[in-house]
Each structure stands twice: as structure tokens, then as C-alpha cells.
Design a protein around this ligand. Structure first.
Ligand code: GLC
Length: 536
């Protein structure tokens, strides 16, 4: 059903971590050709757009988030011709492709940084953040790297420190320098001219830092050994600076040179700060990623309060969005358990706003335990043993029951989960009650029910472990009733829902809906109810 809205409002986005989706060369690492061969799976599933994590040339210190050339493809993933082919074939199927834009930092092997580091007098010196040592000869201030340790590394050759919010091999660009801005806007145009449908902008809230490089305040809640060292200080001066919104507006203006391209921002901030990234009407990100489902305790009242706070804080022109997982976060099926993950899927697919599905969540993939000797993520290797590593959530997609889940004919770069049989696409396609079938049914419903895709949202009164809300569009009213615990609970049908019938149950059990009174909701179950259509 076509709706008169920008395409991305009713769309469902699917994130692909290209190293782990499908290998076609036998080197144990996924590639663009692999994504192309799996387009029909995505079409069958019913998603509208794919966001692909970085595939540009990279030394792979942070698996592609350290880029040494913004306008090419790393040979491990293919080449520009394989990208063009993927894009063309996706577009033939009306699937959009969103790229990962990493403007905050480059690789230390990027020619810009090599020049910048080489000579204090270099024209590119100011493209990065260079400072003299502090009075004691140490780092210029107390800013911490997200990957642990000081965010400053001394360059012996030129006697100054450079700033890196992440690994030392990922120096931050100086976004106060106009030439840096222009260079990155040209990178955007390079891909937009190739007809990509938009960008997910990496660490958008990091782009600008305090012009005076003031020390961050200490974090009074910090517990050594129990928290990432990054949290020792509150990043008040190193992130989320007011001037960042000018940069976001300029990026948006580049997108506006083209038709209907999408800008998503990666932003980990509380709701009240996050919504600033929508900018004034038409000047900010279309979708500042909302990660609050990842951090809110999985309990009905907490989730309800967070959803209402977010809905209530959105500016008039701000379209909501929701995320249950990504390559940086533990998998949802591990966090809430496989049974509750079905309820979570229903929540993601029925809230108001654009959902993003992390590859493999549609078959209920869980975090895979990684033996210490196989750990490869820089976050694990820099701060080992604290559970900060992201390898468990980045393991290969499970396609079938063959060795390595059909992901590769070689040795996979990370181990494939051991419950590969029941968890594979092939096995779940054949099972009408599988997670995959549930996801597909939910996606089909969204496509056919404007009330779900674009309808209004209103909370419904609920107690205990029940979370309930209504979605409505032009007289079509749906209610979503989720039991977010494993124990059965009851829900008093509000008057406006008397006479509703069951449209979908996450457990697949038909169940009966009383015309009024109390509705029993099994543990780990979500129900979608519908009222007969009223004419608006
Ligand atoms: C983003 C990416 C993450 C990466 C970091 C540095 O948070 O999602 O994977 O490590 O940026 O680029």
C-alpha cells in the first residue's frame, strides 16, 4: 500500500554487518556480492531499506569504522562495480540502500592524516585535533577514549598530541575547519550521485568538541572495574556541543540537493538531548536513532514511561524511530531471552515510527560466546574480560543447516552459533510458528495496515506486566497488548475496545478475546487486536 509520505516514514530498515552476512569468496568474511545474492531473502521478509555498515578500504582496526578511503570499496568486500551491481539490483526490487558515513574520524592511514601528522606546517595539520602536551608533559586534558585510556596520543615526531574519541588508529577530524566540511560533503555527493538512498551518520553527537578543550567533569557514579573506563568522566565538553547542529544542518542541506534521501544519526543521548538532533523543521537528521529500548529495563511500567516520554518530547515535525539491536549492543534474544524476544519483535514492529532490524534478529540469533583467543574486537582487546567486546553480537548469519550455517565455505572470521539448526533461515522458513515467520507476518501487517505504519499512538491503561497501546488511522483502530514477563497476566479491556477481535498473536495460538471484561494474556505473549473500521 503506498502512502503519501516520505518513503522512510513507513519503511522498515534492516541493518547488515557486511563481514557477517554472506561470504562468496571463501575467505570467511562476508562481501557485497553475498548481500546481492541474499536480496531475495530481504524482499521475502518484507523490509524496505538496507543499511550496510562500512565496506570502504580500511586497516580494520575497528572493522571498517576506521576508513582510509571514503570513495572506494575494500577489496575484502568487493569493488565499486560490485557495489553498483548490488545497488541496481536492490533498486530493481524497490529496496533502498543506506550507507554508513563515518565523518568524525578517519583511519590513521588515511592520506589526510598521514600528511597532517608528517609536519606541523602541513596544510592538513589543522584537519585533525592537535594540541601541545599539558603542563606535566602528559595529555592536554582528561578526555577519555570510548575504547578505554586517554583520548590523546602523543606523536613523537612532531611533539604534539592528537585526539581520538575511539582507538588511537582513529584520529578525529577537526569539524571547525571549513575544508574538512567541504571534503566530507563531497564524499556524500560521491555516493548520492551513485544513487544511494541515504546515510546513517556514525557518532553524530561526537562531531564537535569544546573549542577550548576544557576538562570533562569527573563522574561521581563511576565504579572502577565495573564500568567502561570511558565513564570515568562525564563527556560534557567532548560531545554534544551546541555547534554540532550547524554541521548537521549543513549535511542535511547536501541531502536536500537530491530528492528523498534519508539521514539517520547515531546518537546515544537522553531523550531531551536526542530530540535536538531533529533540528528546526527540515534542518536536522530525519531520524536521530532512538536507542532507548536498548537501555530501558525490560519491565512494563519502565518501557511505558520511556515510550511516553519519547513520544511526548518529539517536535511536531519529528518522526519517531526504534531500534532493538545493532553491532555495538548485546543481542535482544540474549538480553530478554528467546521467548520474550518474540514480544520484543512485536513491540518494535507496532510502535509508531520507523523500526530498524539488526540482521539475524529475525531468526532470534543470540550472542555467541567467543573464546578469549578468538576475540578480535578492539573494545575487547583494549579492555579485556569486562564484557565490553562486541564480537558476540557480530557472528555470522545463519542461513541453513550446513557447516558454518551456509555463511561461508571457508573458515568464518568469528564462530557461528552452535544452535545453528533451529536458528537458521532455512529451518525457520518451513515453520509457521518460528521467529522468522512471526517477523514476516508483522512486516506484512505493517505494509497492509496504515494504522501500524503511520497511525497515531496512544497509551492504554495497564497494570502488572502488561504494556498496552492503541494505533489508529482514519477510523481503523488497533490495540497492542504485550505481556513482557514469562508469567500470565490479565488486562481489563477498556470500553473503547469492547468487541475487538484478534488479528495476530505472537505465540501463534488462536486464543479467544472476550467481548468485554478481562483478557488473559499468556506469559511471553503479545496480542494485536482490531476493532471493526469506523468511518472517519
Ligand atoms: C559507532 C559504531 C561503532 C564504532 C564507533 C567508532 O559507534 O557503531 O561500531 O566502533 O562508532 O567509529
Amino acid at each position: 500500500m503506498r502512502l503519501e509520505r516520505p518513503w522512510w516514514q513507513s519503511a522498515v530498515i534492516y541493518q547488515i554487518y557486511p563481514r557477517s552476512f554472506q561470504d562468496t569468496t571463501g575467505d570467511g568474511i562476508g562481501d557485497l556480492e553475498g548481500i546481492r545474492r541474499r536480496l531475495d531473502h530481504l524482499l521475502w521478509l518484507g523490509v524496505d531499506a538496507i543499511w550496510i555498515s562500512p565496506f570502504y578500504p580500511s586497516p580494520m582496526v575497528d572493522f571498517g569504522y576506521d576508513i582510509s578511503d571514503y570513495t572506494d570499496v575494500d577489496p575484502r568486500f568487493g569493488d565499486l562495480a560490485s557495489f553498483d551491481r548490488l545497488l541496481a539490483e536492490a533498486h530493481d526490487r524497490e529496496l533502498r540502500i543506506i550507507l554508513d558515513l563515518v565523518p568524525n574520524h578517519t583511519s590513521d592511514r588515511h592520506p589526510w592524516f598521514v600528511e597532517s601528522r608528517g609536519d606541523r606546517a602541513s596544510e592538513r595539520r589543522d584537519w585533525y585535533l592537535w594540541r601541545d602536551p599539558g603542563p606535566d608533559g602528559g595529555p592536554p586534558n582528561n578526555w577519555m577514549s570510548e575504547f578505554g585510556g586517554s583520548a590523546w596520543t602523543l606523536d613523537e615526531g612532531t611533539g604534539q598530541y592528537y585526539y581520538h574519541a575511539f582507538a588511537p588508529e582513529q584520529p578525529d577530524l577537526n569539524w571547525r575547519n571549513e575544508k574538512v566540511r567541504e571534503a566530507m560533503f563531497d564524499v556524500m555527493r560521491f555516493w548520492l550521485d551513485r544513487r544511494v538512498d541515504g546515510f546513517r551518520v556514525d557518532v553524530m553527537w561526537h562531531l564537535l568538541k569544546d573549542a577550548q578543550f576544557r576538562d570533562n567533569p569527573p563522574n561521581p557514579e563511576y565504579v572502577e572495574g565495573a564500568m567502561s573506563p570511558y565513564r570515568k568522566v562525564i563527556p560534557a565538553y567532548s560531545t554534544d556541543q551546541p555547534e554540532v547542529h550547524d554541521v548537521v544542518a549543513q549535511m542535511r542541506a547536501v541531502l536536500e540537493e537530491y530528492d528523498e534521501r534519508l539521514m539517520i544519526g547515531e546518537i546515544y543521548l537522553p531523550v531531551d538531548r536526542l530530540i535536538d538532533y531533529y533540528g528546526k523543521d527540515g534542518e536536522g537528521a530525519h531520524l536521530p536513532f532512538n536507542f532507548h529500548l536498548l537501555s530501558t529495563p525490560w519491565a512494563a511500567r519502565e518501557l511505558e514511561a520511556m515510550i511516553d516520554r519519547y513520544e511526548g518530547a518529539l517536535p511536531d515535525h519529528g518522526w519517531p524511530n526504534w531500534v532493538l539491536g545493532n553491532h555495538d549492543q548485546p543481542r535482544i534474544a540474549s538480553r530478554v531471552g528467546p521467548a520474550q524476544a518474540r514480544v520484543a519483535a512485536m513491540l518494535l514492529m507496532t510502535l509508531r515510527g520507523t523500526p530498524t532490524i539488526y540482521y539475524g534478529d529475525e531468526v532470534g540469533m543470540r550472542d555467541v560466546e567467543i573464546p578469549p583467543e578468538r576475540a578480535v574486537d578492539v573494545r575487547e582487546t583494549t579492555v579485556p574480560g569486562q564484557g565490553l567486546g562486541r564480537d558476540p553480537q557480530r557472528t555470522p548469519m545463519r542461513w541453513d543447516r550446513t557447516a558454518h550455517g551456509g555463511f561461508t565455505e571457508g573458515q568464518p572470521w568469528l564462530p557461528v552459533g552452535t544452535d545453528a539448526d533451529e536458528g537458521s533461515v532455512e529451518a525457520q522458513r518451513a515453520d509457521p510458528h518460528s521467529m522468522l515467520s512471526l517477523y514476516r507476518a508483522l512486516l506484512a501487517l505493517r505494509r497492509n495496515e496504515p494504522a501500524l505504519a503511520i497511525g497515531s499512538y496512544a497509551p492504554l491503561p495497564a497494570t502488572g506486566s502488561i504494556l498496552a497501546y492503541a494505533r489508529e488511522h482514519r477510523g481503523r483502530r488497533l490495540a497492542v497488548v504485550l505481556n513482557v514477563s514469562a508469567e500470565p497476566d490479565t488486562w481489563r479491556l477498556p470500553e473503547q475496545l469492547h468487541g475487538a477481535s484478534l488479528l495476530l498473536s505472537s505465540s501463534g495460538r488462536p486464543g479467544s478475546i472476550p467481548a468485554q471484561g478481562e483478557l488473559r494474556v499468556d506469559g511471553d505473549t503479545g496480542l494485536l487486536l482490531a476493532l471493526p473500521t469506523r468511518q472517519a
